[in-house]
Write a protein that binds this ligand. Structure first.
Ligand SMILES: Nc1ncnc2c1ncn2[C@@H]1O[C@H](COP(=O)(O)OP(=O)(O)OP(=O)(O)O)[C@@H](O)[C@H]1O
Ligand SMILES: [Mg+2]
Length: 475
């Protein structure tokens, strides 16, 4: 019987010979193509059970080879290998039906692991669903090359073309809305509407009317019939943002839309059928909310057919310089300033800063710095957060007998006027929850996110701690 073979398509002979050495020990042949044309010729060889494909080929791009393979109904598993690390490339590879996407320099053992896994399965192991029509790559969307962001890009590429619900989780400002738009833009529904509803912004009745619409006279102020977002969005995609804030009644109506694709307008009897893809986003832990009886478990499972967790920026600091560059370009253009760059000291400071407000906070800071810079170079002095960091207040804790009041006074007194300006009549409430959030974050950081230890250290119950973690989105 003829041996099955792996076709390696790469013009770099170092890669092909290294792979050859590794694969020698296994029971399959190695075939080599050093251009896209050669690859297309060789692919008809029936012994080929898998393809390792470079993107940068001398003639056509590896993506073109993959597209042509899929057009000619070849379902041979393809692993894309590339030195060009970008989320767009990862999304595109998975969308085009690649089995895996790996970046160079790669770990040979990992690659050989993938090869063995594929080769041991049936030779007809299918790649992912393939798009029927070609779609343009949407450039410049998601910035990042960290392994975390590359994984997310792959998931986006895999799920975009399906109608599966997606639950996006992550702290505030990590890019949840951006990811939902990317799923939409890469989906087959991208010629239909994309609508976003912030479930935290509206009280229950208004949210229901926003989602499902209402009939004339159904409540005070309902002077005319209004169509809800689900109806307007027919055939399209809806983002239910801050889903954790949805009340149980609304949750049950949304569940019905997901299960039966139907609902009634508020005050109406006619049942309306819809075809809408649902993406949900939250910065709170739905699991904790389920435990507390505040979120329906059946809805949770309906929403998280696919789930994406966006890690906080401080856990993927390698992406910071790229994001800085990206936002510098955006805001130079927007403000008409020709920013030439950023000083080394400033970029180091930005990379070390913990960014509690994640990418959004970084973006705002770059925007301000671009506006403030006079000599077209961004310097540490253009980033107030960096100097605040350096001037850590050293408090005299020997005066603890006054309940830390003097410590707080040192901070509150000079800033009180600003606080009143920002928080209006809510100063007490804002300050108190700010304090609680800061304290609990500190305890979690101190204990390496060990909730049992953190609760013990603070002298509060684990239930209270869990409640606050979910309330402040501190996972
Ligand atoms: N990886 C990224 N590349 C480029 N821009 C990003 C990235 N992540 C976030 N942003 C930008 O940061 C800002 C905040 O992102 P987004 O609104 O998607 O966050 P979010 O998670 O929805 O936040 P919130 O929970 O506060 O609603 C947006 O301007 C977005 O374009
Ligand atoms: Mg958002």
């Amino acid at each position: 019987m003829q041996k099955r073979s792996v076709l390696v398509v790469d013009d770099d002979s170092r890669i092909t010979s290294a792979l050859g050495e590794y694969l020698e020990n296994f029971d399959y042949d190695l075939k080599i193509a050093s251009s896209g044309e050669e690859a297309m010729d060789k692919i008809s060889d029936p012994s080929i059970a898998m393809v390792l494909l470079d993107i940068n080929l001398p003639d056509v791009s590896g993506f073109d080879v993959l597209t042509r393979m899929r057009q000619s109904n070849s379902d041979i598993p393809v692993v894309i290998m590339t030195g060009f690390v970008s989320t767009e490339a990862a999304i595109e590879a998975m969308k085009k039906g690649a089995y895996e996407f790996i970046t160079k320099p790669f770990d040979m053992d990992k690659l050989v692991g993938i090869v063995n896994r594929v080769m041991q399965k049936s030779p007809h192991l299918r790649g992912l669903e393939i798009f029927s029509k070609e779609r343009d790559l949407i450039p410049g969307d998601i910035i990042g090359r960290s392994p975390e962001m590359m994984e997310i890009a792959k998931v986006i590429g895999q799920v975009a073309a399906t109608d599966a619900s997606v639950l996006i989780m992550g702290e505030s400002g990590t890019g949840k809305e951006m990811v939902s738009r990317s799923i939409y833009k890469n989906s087959l529904r991208n010629d239909k509407p994309f609508l976003s509803v912030n479930c935290a912004a509206l009280p229950e009745t208004l949210l229901e009317s926003e989602l499902f619409g209402h009939e004339k006279g159904s409540f005070t102020g309902a002077y005319t019939r209004k169509l809800g977002k689900f109806e307007v969005c027919s055939g399209g995609t809806i983002l239910l943002d801050e889903i954790a804030d949805m009340t149980p009644l609304t949750q049950s109506k949304v569940l019905r839309v997901l299960q039966e694709q139907e609902f009634e307008r508020v005050g109406g009897t006619e049942t309306i059928k819809v075809d809408v893809r649902v993406i949900a986003a939250t910065n709170k832990s739905l699991v904790n909310m389920i435990k507390e009886g505040k979120f329906r478990v059946d809805l949770y499972y309906r929403l998280k057919v696919v789930s994406i967790y966006l890690p906080p920026l401080r856990e993927r600091r390698g992406d910071i310089p790229l994001l800085v560059d990206h936002f510098m370009n955006i805001y130079s253009e927007e403000t008409g300033k020709k920013i030439n760059g950023i000083s080394k000291e400033a970029i180091q400071g930005l990379t070390k800063y913990p960014w509690p407000g994640n990418v959004r906070e970084l973006e705002n800071n770059i925007h301000t710095a671009v506006v403030m810079s006079k000599n077209n170079i961004l310097l540490p002095e253009h980033f107030p957060v960096l100097s605040e960091q350096r001037e850590t207040v050293n408090v005299d804790l020997s005066r603890i007998e006054d309940d830390y009041a003097s410590m707080f006074s040192e901070f509150i007194n000079p800033n009180f006027e600003k606080m009143v300006a920002v928080s209006g009549n809510y100063v007490y409430h804002h300050l108190q929850s700010g304090f609680e959030k800061a304290l609990i974050s500190a305890a979690l950081r101190y204990t390496g996110s060990n909730q049992v230890k953190a609760a013990e250290l603070l002298g509060i119950s684990r239930n209270t701690l869990r409640d606050r973690i979910s309330k402040y989105g501190l996972y």
